[in-house]
Design a protein around this ligand. Sequence first.
Ligand SMILES: [Zn+2]
Length: 251
Amino acid sequence: MNITSVVEEVAKLNPTIVSVVGAGVSKASGMPTFRGEDGLWNNYRAEELATPHAFSRDPKLVWAWYRARMRILLESEPNPAHYSLTELEEENIALGIITQNVDGLHELAGSKNIVEIHGRIRYARCVSCNYIERWDDEKKAQKGIELPYCPECETNLLRPDVVWFGEPLDSQRWQKATEWTTQSNVMLVIGTSGVVAPVSTLPIYAKQNNSIIIEFNIEATPISSYCDYSIFGPCEETLPDFTKKLLNKIG
Ligand SMILES: [Zn+2]
C-alpha cells in the first residue's frame, strides 16, 4: 500500500502513536563502519567485549573499544527519520520512542520521550554507586588514556551505561515501553525486523490491544506478516514522507 493510502487509514483513527526503533534508523546517520578504525578491532566480536565478564577480566580493553566506538559516534548526526519522530512528539500525537539503539541520536534530534531498552552509550555510570556522567566528549574518547574512576566513591570504575550481553533489562524502562504500547492505537516499527526478544513481544501486545502496526523497513522482514501495513524503502525517506502527509491531514 502506498504512503498516501496508509495515511488515510491512520488519520481516521485519531492516532496515538508509539514507535519501536532499530538499527535501520541510524544507518543514514553517516556512521562509518566500525571495522574501519585501523582494523584494530577486526579480531573482536561485540559478544566478546560487551559483557560483564570481559569488563571484569580486562576493563582497559573494554574501555578502549568503547572509546573507539565513541570517536565514530561523535562524527554522526541524526537524520530525517529521527527528526520525523521528534515532529510527531511535538505535535502531541506520539507518546514516545522505544529504541534498541544505544547511539543517543533521538535525544540529539530533540525527542524527549525515549525508552532506550539497551541503554545509552553516551553515558558512563559507576559500577557501585549512583554516579552517572556524559561520555560523548572528544577528550574522554581519546585513545590511550587511563581507566575512568568514579569521582564520588573514587575506588570504583565507571562503565558504559549500556545493557551488556547476559545482563537483564532495566525494569522501569521496560515498564514504560509496555505502558506506551497499551496506551497507543498505532505502532510504528521502524528499521528493525522485530525478532529480537524482548522487543519482539511489543507488537504482540499492540495486536492484543487492537492497535494497527505499520512497518518501515528496506524490505520485507520476519515481522511483515504481523503488520497491517508495510512501507518499504529507506526509512530516512519514507518516514518523513509519512509524517508530513499525516500532519497535513490531521494537523
Ligand atoms: Zn561511585
